[in-house]
Design a protein around this ligand. Structure first.
Ligand code: ATP
Ligand code: MG
Length: 442
């Protein structure tokens, strides 16, 4: 469920509601716990019905076990900005083994950084992570200093866990009992101003982890937020660092940009900031030259809007469809007049596969769909109808036609004919398990 902005969001409290100052040497009370860390607590009235009851159970059981526990990250941001979040994360000072001993339905995942997944019915997962801190110094000393974070497996305190996060809007903790947002970096102000700001110097934060550039684009596009000018400049200035990021994370983030119903805005920002020029220069060059492509940019963005519309209507499209649609125009140029289409597609895709670690399954799908779509468009379907990418090819053909303002009726008819039999109730149930979008974790 996605709402642009939440008209029911209560008027924000005056800031700061109160600040915790250090006190005495005794065992700190709950409210003094974060004394001296620069914490500001804000009373907020979130819509309690939007808080997942299982996530709330996890927090409460950890607290009863004597630990600190908060809802954190994207779910707090989304509760404040858009209503019901798609998943809930908990942060705690309990170690993964402590969490495991509190919950029967718990499994520990990750070798390098161990996280606890608490499992509930219907495939729901509440992720419980132990507070950790940023392993880097967080300061830029030399211009060419290597800040890239390669491991961040260091436990820390609550405030360190907040400050290691990327953007202020992602660093808010929610205290369920007190109905307070815990804020160490002005995140609530930024939520209210609908503004993306890094925690600390943006250049340092983007050099530590260049994937954050794509994350900023994702939040700006998906949540319709502005980007702080200094952050924007640092995104442009450090876009070249994207070439140093772990490539599977790049691929995953590009997909995330396209899955959330905001691919038009995302891709425009990608192009405008020059990040597209680093990751997929083949597409960026195509968009740069409106004249040579005869309005190709306009067609491209219309296609992104068609994808967004379909996503809003029926959920995220298949990854292979998204990637084929993304690259369709430059691919079409590359195969134009080629005698061997598969080879021409290969030549185009090889450097892309290399740069963004596109999985073989996706690249194979793109090749086969690019071979099929021109035939589908002229009604020569034949034996393709029996192959496993036929439905995906029809989806791509439908997106391309719609973006060119042409009728998709014939394609829709083929899709209806091609639909597999209605699944049984059992099959429907198992395929509707919510899939947790763990995505591009570092
Ligand atoms: P989405 O709604 O797309 O899942 P999210 O903000 O929840 O967005 P996740 O990848 O699920 O993103 O990460 C959860 C939280 O972990 C973030 O809100 C942020 O606080 C922190 N985080 C994620 N990626 C990074 C990163 N690259 N650098 C620092 N903190 C990060
Ligand atoms: Mg998330």
């Amino acid at each position: 469920m996605r709402r642009r902005s939440n008209p029911d969001l209560p008027p924000p409290p005056e800031l700061p509601s109160f600040t915790i100052e250090p006190e005495g040497e005794e065992e700190p009370s709950v409210l003094e716990r974060h004394a001296g860390t620069g914490l500001v607590r804000h009373d907020v009235e979130l819509d309690e019905d939007s808080i997942d009851s299982d996530a709330a159970k996890v927090v409460r059981r950890l607290e009863r076990g004597g630990f600190q526990a908060y809802l954190v990250g994207g779910c707090v941001r989304d509760l404040l900005l858009v209503g019901r979040p798609k998943d809930f994360d908990v942060a705690t000072n309990a170690r993964p083994d402590d969490v495991k001993s509190l919950f029967r339905n718990c499994r520990i995942i990750g070798r390098r950084f161990r996280l606890a997944h608490v499992l509930f019915g219907g495939g729901k997962v509440v992720e419980v992570a132990t507070f950790r801190k940023n392993p880097g110094g967080g300061e830029l000393v030399e211009e060419d200093e290597d800040l890239l974070i390669r491991s961040d497996n260091v436990f820390g305190e609550a405030h360190e866990d907040a400050l290691r996060r990327d953007f202020t809007i992602n660093a808010l903790f929610y205290d369920l009992d007190r109905r307070q947002v815990l804020d160490w970096c002005g995140g609530l102000d930024d939520v209210k101003a609908r503004r993306i700001r890094t925690i600390g110097d943006p250049t340092v934060r983007f050099r530590e982890d260049p994937v954050r550039i794509l994350r900023a684009i994702k939040f700006a596009a998906r949540l319709d937020l502005g980007i702080d000018p200094a952050v924007y400049d640092a995104m442009v200035g450090n876009r070249g660092e994207l070439a140093r990021a772990a490539r599977p994370r790049l691929f995953e983030e590009i997909l995330r940009l396209m899955r959330a119903g905001a691919s038009h805005r995302s891709m425009f920002l990608m192009w405008e900031l020059g990040a597209l020029g680093v990751l997929i220069p083949e597409l960026s060059a195509f968009l740069d030259d409106e004249e040579a492509t005869g309005g190709g940019g306009e067609r491209f963005y219309r296609k992104m809007s068609v994808i967004d519309q379909k996503t809003r209507e029926s959920g995220a499209l298949d990854d292979v469809v998204l990637m084929t649609a993304l690259l369709y125009e430059p691919l079409e140029e590359a195969i134009d007049g080629a005698r061997d289409i598969m080879n021409a597609v290969n030549d185009f895709l090889d450097p892309v596969i290399e740069r963004i670690a596109m999985p073989r399954r996706v690249a194979d799908g793109i090749r086969r769909i690019m071979f099929m779509v021109p035939r589908i468009l002229v009604g020569k379907i034949g034996r393709f109808a029996r192959t496993d990418v036929y439905l995906l090819a029809l989806e791509v053909a439908s997106i391309v036609l719609a973006s060119r303002g042409q009728s998709t009726a014939a394609i829709e008819a083929l899709r209806r004919d091609a639909l597999p039999p209605v699944p049984t109730r059992e099959a429907r149930r198992s395929s509707s398990f919510p899939r947790r979008d763990r995505g591009a974790r570092r």
